[in-house]
Design a protein around this ligand. Structure first.
Ligand code: GLC
Length: 441
């Protein structure tokens, strides 16, 4: 489902131009190290989950270093889990004791994170789970860890209004005590789910309309994601790559992706995507006018595993040379050659080449004359042959391997076709990008 943007929210331009964000899933589940849903996947009772609370002490967590890594990777905004479904609170909230400052770690981890990322000029997004398996007024549904142990008398005494007020109180804290928050990220609504006599939850359970009003009163420039069940906000496509056929509507959206399928640290999960895959996902997303929110899950000591770090490093190395084709760019209406993705910016077209063709790249329906073409990785010139300049036999004289050769163009070329001569060897980068500069009209 893709929703329209709403004028109620703040100016989303910073978001649209950011392209790459960092999602950080960090909480008690990081100690269990087997998925952030562990509490419900294993139907763990609150009293047996308590050990993670008692042992939460990420002594090597270094938000400054993490923010620097993020910046080096080309990341422009972050989204940090202030509370996940288990209900554990990552800041010094006065509305609960189930919070980070009561663990052996003692410090307000959210404050540390916000300060460090802000210092690097990275925009601040806060994830807040609407689901709460710890709150005493949160009714049991099919996702709840206690679903097989329901005490119906106790359920009847629950007052969802109290839970709604708790959400509002905490959101107010988040939007009052930590300076400007750029993005609020709620998770999630599931109204249509039914498990026997247990039902899912949506906007009436969260009191979303009033919650949204409160948020916009406190921080009118904020943007909000689409999971409050209000049919508006930033589209958050989860572990799924949107493509052009999905919807014709122009919306603001981000694809959120894990590195290995788990959001929280998962010690034994080695299903990592390759850096090349991540870079391709990023390009693909931007070519569809979205952002990529890339997840990391710090471990129990607060460190990022080597594999994730290596991915970030490689994404960063690619971004250092190629982010010009992404930041501030848009997708293009033109159809790119096979296995390529286009982005556009000012009078430039960027061709991202996913698989390396042999010697030439044919671009169709190019609407303007081309002034210059180059690789982004080293600014080396690329020879462009425009169909307009070919003789009637469809031959082009090109300089292949330093020898003047005649290239017979087999394709039926119309006048808007352009051929770019490329080297045999793919540039030594994950995805080469060609920058094409058009003549001014
Ligand atoms: C999900 C999951 C969750 C994760 C998230 C990220 O729906 O419940 O664990 O935090 O959304 O998109």
């Amino acid at each position: 489902m893709v929703y329209k943007w709403t004028e109620k929210y703040g100016d989303p331009n910073w978001f649209i131009n950011s392209k790459l964000g960092m999602f950080i899933h960090f909480g008690l589940y990081s100690l269990a190290a087997r998925h952030e849903w562990v509490m419900t996947l294993e139907e763990i009772e609150a009293k047996n989950y308590q050990k993670y609370f008692e042992n939460f002490n990420p002594d090597l967590f270094n938000p400054k270093a993490l923010a620097q890594t993020a910046k080096k990777s080309g990341i422009k905004y972050m989204v940090f889990t202030t509370k996940h479904h288990d209900g554990f609170i990552m800041w010094d909230s006065k509305y609960t004791d189930y919070k980070v400052t009561n663990t052996p770690y003692k410090k307000d981890i959210l404050k540390e994170v916000i300060e460090a990322f802000r210092e690097e000029g990275i925009k601040i997004g806060l994830y807040y789970s609407l689901i709460d398996w710890n709150h005493k007024d949160f009714t049991i549904d099919g996702y709840h860890p206690d679903r097989s142990r329901i005490n119906y008398e106790q359920e009847a005494r629950k007052d969802i209004k109290k839970y709604q007020q708790y959400i509002k109180n905490q959101v107010e804290e988040l939007l009052t005590n930590y300076g400007t928050i750029d993005y609020l990220w709620f998770d999630f609504s599931y109204k249509s789910k039914v498990w026997g006599d247990l039902k899912g939850k949506g906007k009436d359970d969260w009191d979303s309309e009033n919650l949204e009003k409160l948020i916009l009163n406190l921080q009118p420039n904020i943007i909000i994601n689409d999971r409050l069940d209000l049919k508006r906000g930033v589209g958050t496509h989860e572990q799924y790559q949107r493509n052009k056929s999905d919807s014709e509507e122009i919306v603001i959206w981000e694809g959120c992706q894990t590195l290995n399928g788990s959001w929280g640290y998962h010690r034994d999960n080695d299903n990592f995507k390759t850096p090349e895959m991540i870079v391709k996902m990023l390009i693909d997303t931007v070519s569809n006018n979205g952002n990529l929110l890339l997840n990391i899950g710090p471990n129990g000591r607060g460190e990022i595993d080597n594999k994730s770090l290596e991915i970030l490093e490689k994404v960063g190395a690619w971004m250092r040379l190629h982010s010009l084709s992404l930041y501030g760019a848009k997708g293009s209406e033109l159809n790119p050659p096979q296995d390529c993705r286009y982005t556009m910016k000012e009078n430039k077209l960027y061709v991202h080449v996913f698989s390396w063709p042999y010697r030439t790249l044919t671009l169709k329906d190019i609407p303007k004359r081309i002034k210059y073409a180059q690789f982004l990785n080293d600014y080396s010139e690329l020879k462009v042959i425009e169909a307009k300049t070919l003789n009637e036999d469809r031959k082009a004289e090109v300089n292949l391997d330093n020898e003047l050769k005649v290239l017979h163009i087999k394709d039926k070329l119309d006048l808007k076709t352009v051929i770019i001569e490329i080297p045999v060897k793919k540039p030594d980068v994950l995805v080469p990008v060609i920058e094409i500069l058009f003549e001014e009209e």
